[in-house]
Write a protein that binds this ligand. Sequence first.
Ligand code: NAD
Length: 488
Amino acid sequence: MSAYIENNTLSVLNPITKETIDSFSISSKEDINKAISNAANDKIWRNLSLSKRCYNINKLRKALVKNKDLIHKTLKAETGKPDFDILIEIFTTLEHLKEISKIARKALKPSSRNSGLMKIKKAYVKYEPLGIAGVISPWNYPLATPITSSVEALLAGNSVILKPSEHTPLTSILIKKIWDETSDFKNSFQIIMGGGEVGQMMVESEDIDIICFTGSTAVGKKIALACARTLKPHILELGGKDPMIVLKDANINRSVESALFGGMSNAGQTCISTEEVFIEDCVYNEFLEKISLRIKDLKSGDSSDLGSMIMPENTNKVKDHIKEAETVCNILRGSTDDGEMFIPPTLVLEPTEDLQIVNEETFGPVMSLRKFSNEDELIEKVHKTGYGLSASIFGKNKYRIDNIVKNIKTGNVSVNDVLTHYGIASIPFGGEGLSGVGRMHGKEGLRSLCRIKSVVENRFNFIKEMWWFGRSKKIEKLLEKAIKLLYR
Ligand code: NAD
């Protein structure tokens, strides 16, 4: 157990030691309504200039740097992650906050548009706040996920109500504390506590204007259904299977190391973790030989390459996937410390098509290896789960790589690389199919948190439009001519 709720109290446990770290009251309906009414009355943030919003986010970033050790300690206590995984999470978050503020300065400025033939009209687009953004986040990156979603919504001028995962709420509470200490806008960023029922109350509230949800596909579907009732906008960042494709001309050493890092870092509890590797049959043996040696070097345990699993239910699911595969497949493993929350880095060789490891997101330090010989079949297999978050392709033949990039239905693709695209704030991030709806990050993400308002101004108000009632006969002839001349 990493958290439990009893008598309206949420207790958060260290996943390794099972010691209770802290306890909180679950937010009641009244608490949520109060947070909403505080946010609704928070006109100051909404009316703040874009450059002042960016200034406040930069202040927050600097305060996070000052509090780095405390953030590290909090993340360690509630997740059991190894120090290096925590460092990467902090680094990625700070890089994101720095870059996304710069991107917002340009992306959210009113944008002038070409008015085509209607030169007498001035056309432009305004990116206005929607109002209140409800941010709901999962447990696997308790700093990066809630803060990047919240900051993007704040930069867009929205007030934010954040509900962190009940399993890892402590880092979010710390972020809120740092925000309150560094900004004058307490009501623009609020936090509520609890599990799914609290998240559901947020989603169902008519006063929350957009939901930014990161989590499982199963809950994402429930949120989409609930939002459909009022046509509430929603961004859903969901699960993935994240295939890696290794072509025959790939640098095998780089592909092996990328697969191990892509699949095993953060103990595989990353939405864009490599979960399945498809290797062209003529290089399969070489890849297998090399990865078999390297997997033996990796260990999971306290202060090892791979840290603890964070959430018990997920740990059991990962163990079930391995147990089922063990009965029919060869398995290769690294080592592990004792402890129910440590799973050794595991490779499943050539799994059969019916296994859970092939058909579901595993979300642990487990990867399957499969051969392929035909690109059409490969693409079919890659799409089999219905997920479409990210994929990676290793090889040199540009024509083949471009062809796979074109045919693969994912929101993100890396070529000769894994995971790093999440750290590039200028590119949109999100999934296709069961992996989600909409995008965060980049100008596309920022703009999706806005009311996109198209404005047309007539430049010369004294002129009557020639197509209005009472027009002369000539206008019809003019239009006929224009059609023939301009659009041939
Ligand atoms: P989850 O869906 O169980 O929970 C996510 C959040 O939703 C939690 O805060 C939870 O309390 C809340 N919730 C649960 N039921 C709800 C409901 N009915 N209405 C509203 N909120 C509700 O997911 P999880 O187990 O915390 O996270 C793991 C999943 O998240 C994995 O599938 C992973 O791939 C995915 N994930 C995706 C991304 C991405 O960017 N695509 C990033 C991180 C994690």
